[in-house]
Design a binder for this molecule. Structure first.
Ligand code: ADP
Ligand code: MG
Length: 256
């Protein structure tokens, strides 16, 4: 099957006044349709840089990134980006925040607006659409940020530690919710996280990176014996602990 995303031999170096930092070295991996791929690796190994490259914020120094076999710059498939910080604007209501992406991209079409209104209802934010972001709980804020991201109907979602600012219980609940929503909408996603359990519970495949400059150390497919995987159920699967131990070992070796 042809991949949705193909990252081929991508390297990237930051050039700053203080010197050069080689962040990624000949990195290659693929993401398929409907697949959730996790990226884990030591701090500073280039995880966020990978997402910036895929989103097109920075160009690869060498190598290629392709979407549906076309070079990234020639492709029009919207890509969604969610970060640890939700970047909701306090001077806009929840609804106005969610509409921001559509506004900026001149896509305030009746179909898109209707889809947003349906998501507000489905994800329990309808009553809060006129509230300010500060009136929402951490979990609700992340849900609002997700609706804002999904409003543009992206084919691929880039999630950069989106749960890590939340307290433990909220984090498990929000990851469960977001997983269920993305699966229902048949999205593909890349989840960057430093949390091994989160990666196993959320992803179909996990890419372990070496320390900087990041390159692929290992790609581990996750197969759990479960009737229907969700992040919470995944934690009860009998294979969970083995995957955890393996990834823990890999990460510690990567950090040496
Ligand atoms: P991670 O997300 O895995 O923690 P990053 O992709 O953010 O790592 O960063 C990779 C490396 O590049 C780090 O050493 C970081 O300090 C460096 N880096 C990131 N952004 C910049 C930048 N704008 N200028 C210079 N160096 C940077
Ligand atoms: Mg990062």
């Amino acid at each position: 099957m042809k991949p949705l995303l193909d990252v081929e031999n991508v390297s990237y170096t930051y050039h700053a006044l203080s010197g050069e930092t080689k962040a990624l070295d000949r990195l290659s991996f693929q993401v398929h349709f409907n697949e959730f791929v996790g990226i884990i690796g030591p701090s500073g190994c280039g995880k966020s840089t990978i997402l910036s490259l895929i989103f097109g914020l920075i160009p690869p120094e060498s190598g290629e990134i392709k979407i549906h076999e076309a070079l990234l710059k020639d492709h029009t498939m919207p890509i969604g980006y969610m970060l640890q910080k939700d970047h909701l604007l306090e001077w806009r209501t929840v609804y106005e925040n969610i509409m921001l992406g559509l506004e900026i991209n001149h896509q305030m079409t009746p179909v898109r607006i209707k889809a947003v209104q349906q998501m507000l209802k489905d994800y329990g934010l309808d009553q809060f659409k006129d509230a300010r972001p500060s009136q929402l709980s951490g979990g609700m804020r992340q849900r609002a940020a997700l609706i804002r991201t999904l409003a543009l109907n992206p084919g691929l979602l880039l999630l950069d530690e989106p749960f890590s600012a939340l307290d433990y219980q909220t984090r498990l609940n929000v990851s469960e919710e977001i997983y269920t929503i993305l699966r229902k909408k048949h999205k593909s996603a890349i989840l960057v996280t430093h949390d091994i359990s989160e990666a196993i519970s959320f992803c179909d495949r996990i890419i372990v990176l070496t320390h900087r400059p990041g390159t692929v150390r290992e790609i581990l497919p996750i197969h759990l014996t479960l009737e229907k995987k969700t992040p919470l159920k995944a934690r009860t699967a009998k294979e969970f602990q083995n995957y955890f131990n393996q990834l823990w070992g890999d990460l510690n070796e990567s950090s040496d």
